[in-house]
Design a protein around this ligand. Structure first.
Ligand code: PEP
Ligand code: CO
Length: 449
C-alpha cells in the first residue's frame, strides 16, 4: 500500500504528491489571484444533487438503472452557443429514450459538459517545423493555435472556464426544466438536417411505440402519467487541473462533508490514475461519486489498491470503473479485473468507454475511430460481464449533436475521404448525431437478443 495513505486528507493534501499533467504558468502570482477569486464564487451544483446522483449510481450498480454519459472530448469556449448546447442535449435525450425503451430500465443521464475544459496530453510539448511549444491542454489552460501567445498557459482562462461552465449549465437547466425535454413531445428533439432514412424510421417507430404506451397507461389509470415534462441531467468532467478543482472544493455543513461543487461527477483520467499520486489523493477525500478510467496497463492489484483508497467505506454509488481497452484488448484485459473485484466482495459500477482504446491515425495523419470498433468493444463488454456474472451498468461516449465527420463508418458509411469535410474536434474524434443514435439502437438490439 502507498505509504502516505493514512495521512489526513484536506483539499490541498494532493500537493504533497507528484502531480502529472499540470500546466506551468509564467506568472504564478496571477494564478493565485484568480484561484482566490474562484474559491469565493458560488458553486455550480449542490451537495443534494450530488448525493442524489450517488444514490442513482448505486442503483445502477445493483442493476436497477442504466447510465448514459456523453459529450465532447474537449469543450470549447467558442462553442458555448445555444444551438450547439441544445443539439447536444437532443442527441443525449434521443439516445436515452432508445435505451429506456430497449433496456426497460430508467436511464441516468450524465453530460461531459459545463466544465470539460482540461485535457491530458501524451507529450508536454509539440514541435512543428523546428519550433517547440507547450501542448494544447484544453481551453482551461491555453489555445489550440500554434504560436507562443496561443500556447502559453493563461490564468485568465481559469476564470473564463468558470463563466462558460455557468452559462452552459444555466441553459441546460432551463431547457431540461422548462418543457424542452417533455416526453410527451419528443419532436422537440428532432435535429434539423437530413437524417439517414433507415435510422430515422427505426427511431420514429420507437417514439410512436412509447407514445402509445403512455396513452395506454393514461387511459388505464385514468390520469396523466406524472413527471414526464422534465428530465434530470448531471454533469461530469475530468478532474485534471488540480488547483482549479481545489478552488471549487467546499465543505458543506448540512452534509458535514467536502465536495467538488463544480460538477456532480468528477473522473480520474487514465494518465493520472496512480495510487500514490496527486489526482487520486485529491479525489479520495471528496464526497462526490468518482469515476476512474481503467486502461490496459492497470493490473488487478493496482486496481484493488485504487478501489481501497478511493472507496474506503464501501459507500454505495461511490466508485464507477470506466474501462477503455480497445476492441482488440478487452478480452484479455477485462476478465482479470472483474475477477479481482468479485473476489474482494465489493460492489462497483462498471461502465464501458469504447472510444479511447479505439483511436487510430489515418495515412494522412488524421485522428479517427471506426464505428464498428466502438460497437465491437461495447458488445464484447456486455458479453464478458454477462458471462462472468457481472453487470455492465453504463456507457460513456464522445459525441456531438452536430453533423461532423470525425469517426469512420456508421449507417452512412463515412470513409477516410469524408473526414476532412466537417472535422471540428481539436482533440479526440466524436460520434456525430446519427452515429450516436445508431450506437444507442445497436445497444438496444444487442440487449434484446
Ligand atoms: C477522455 O475521456 O477524454 C480521456 C482523455 O480519456 P482517458 O483518460 O481514458 O484516456
Ligand atoms: Co477524449
Amino acid at each position: 500500500m502507498p505509504s502516505l495513505i493514512h495521512a489526513p486528507w484536506h483539499p490541498a493534501s494532493w500537493q504533497e504528491r507528484p502531480a502529472r499533467q499540470q500546466p506551468e504558468y509564467p506568472d504564478p502570482v496571477a494564478v493565485e489571484r484568480v484561484l482566490a477569486e474562484l474559491s469565493s464564487l458560488p458553486p455550480l451544483v449542490t451537495a443534494w444533487e450530488i448525493e442524489r446522483l450517488k444514490t442513482m449510481l448505486a442503483e445502477a450498480a445493483a442493476g436497477r438503472r442504466f447510465v448514459l454519459q456523453g459529450g465532447d472530448c474537449a469543450e470549447r469556449f467558442e462553442e458555448c452557443r445555444p444551438d450547439l448546447i441544445a443539439d447536444r442535449l437532443k442527441i443525449l435525450l434521443q439516445m436515452s429514450l432508445a435505451l429506456v425503451y430497449g433496456l426497460r430500465l430508467p436511464v441516468v443521464r450524465i453530460g461531459r459538459f459545463a466544465g470539460q475544459y482540461a485535457k491530458p496530453r501524451s507529450s508536454p510539448t509539440e514541435t512543428r517545423g523546428g519550433l517547440t511549444l507547450p501542448s494544447y491542454r484544453g481551453d482551461l489552460v491555453n489555445r489550440p493555435g500554434f504560436s507562443v501567445p496561443e500556447r502559453t498557459p493563461d490564468p485568465k482562462r481559469l476564470r473564463e472556464a468558470y463563466t462558460y461552465s455557468v452559462l452552459t449549465l444555466n441553459y441546460v437547466r432551463a431547457l431540461t426544466e422548462g418543457g424542452f425535454a417533455d416526453l410527451n413531445h419528443p419532436e422537440n428533439w428532432n435535429l434539423d438536417f437530413a437524417r439517414h432514412d433507415a435510422l430515422a424510421d427505426e427511431y420514429h417507430r420507437m417514439v410512436r411505440a412509447i407514445r402509445d404506451a403512455i396513452d395506454f397507461m393514461e387511459v388505464v389509470t385514468d390520469a396523466p402519467l406524472g413527471d414526464l415534462e422534465r428530465v434530470e441531467f448531471f454533469t461530469s468532467h475530468e478532474a485534471l487541473h488540480l488547483r482549479f478543482e481545489q478552488a471549487m472544493t467546499r465543505f458543506v455543513h448540512p452534509q458535514g462533508r467536502t465536495y467538488n461543487l463544480s460538477t456532480h461527477f468528477p473522473w480520474i483520467g487514465k494518465r493520472t490514475a496512480h495510487p500514490d499520486e496527486a489526482h487520486v489523493e485529491y479525489a479520495r477525500g471528496l464526497a462526490n461519486p468518482i469515476g476512474l478510467k481503467v486502461g490496459p496497463d492497470l493490473s488487478p492489484s493496482m486496481l484493488m489498491d485504487l478501489i481501497r483508497i478511493l472507496d474506503p467505506d464501501e459507500e454505495p454509488g461511490r466508485l464507477t470503473l470506466i474501462h477503455r481497452f480497445g476492441v482488440e484488448a478487452i478480452e484479455a484485459c477485462l476478465p482479470p479485473l472483474i475477477d479481482a473485484v468479485q473476489r474482494s466482495g465489493r460492489t462497483v459500477l462498471w461502465m464501458c468507454d469504447p472510444m479511447h482504446g479505439n483511436t487510430l491515425t489515418t495515412d494522412l495523419g488524421i485522428k479517427t475511430r471506426h464505428f464498428e470498433h466502438i460497437v465491437g468493444e461495447l458488445e464484447r463488454a456486455f458479453d464478458i460481464h454477462g458471462a462472468m456474472g457481472s453487470r455492465l451498468g453504463g456507457v460513456h461516449f464522445e459525441l456531438t449533436g452536430e453533423n461532423v465527420t470525425e469517426c469512420l463508418g456508421g449507417a452512412r458509411g463515412l470513409e477516410e475521404t469524408d473526414l476532412e469535410r466537417a472535422y471540428k474536434s481539436v482533440v479526440d474524434p466524436r460520434l456525430n448525431n446519427e452515429q450516436a443514435l445508431e450506437m444507442a439502437l445497436r445497444i438496444v438490439r444487442k440487449r434484446r437478443r
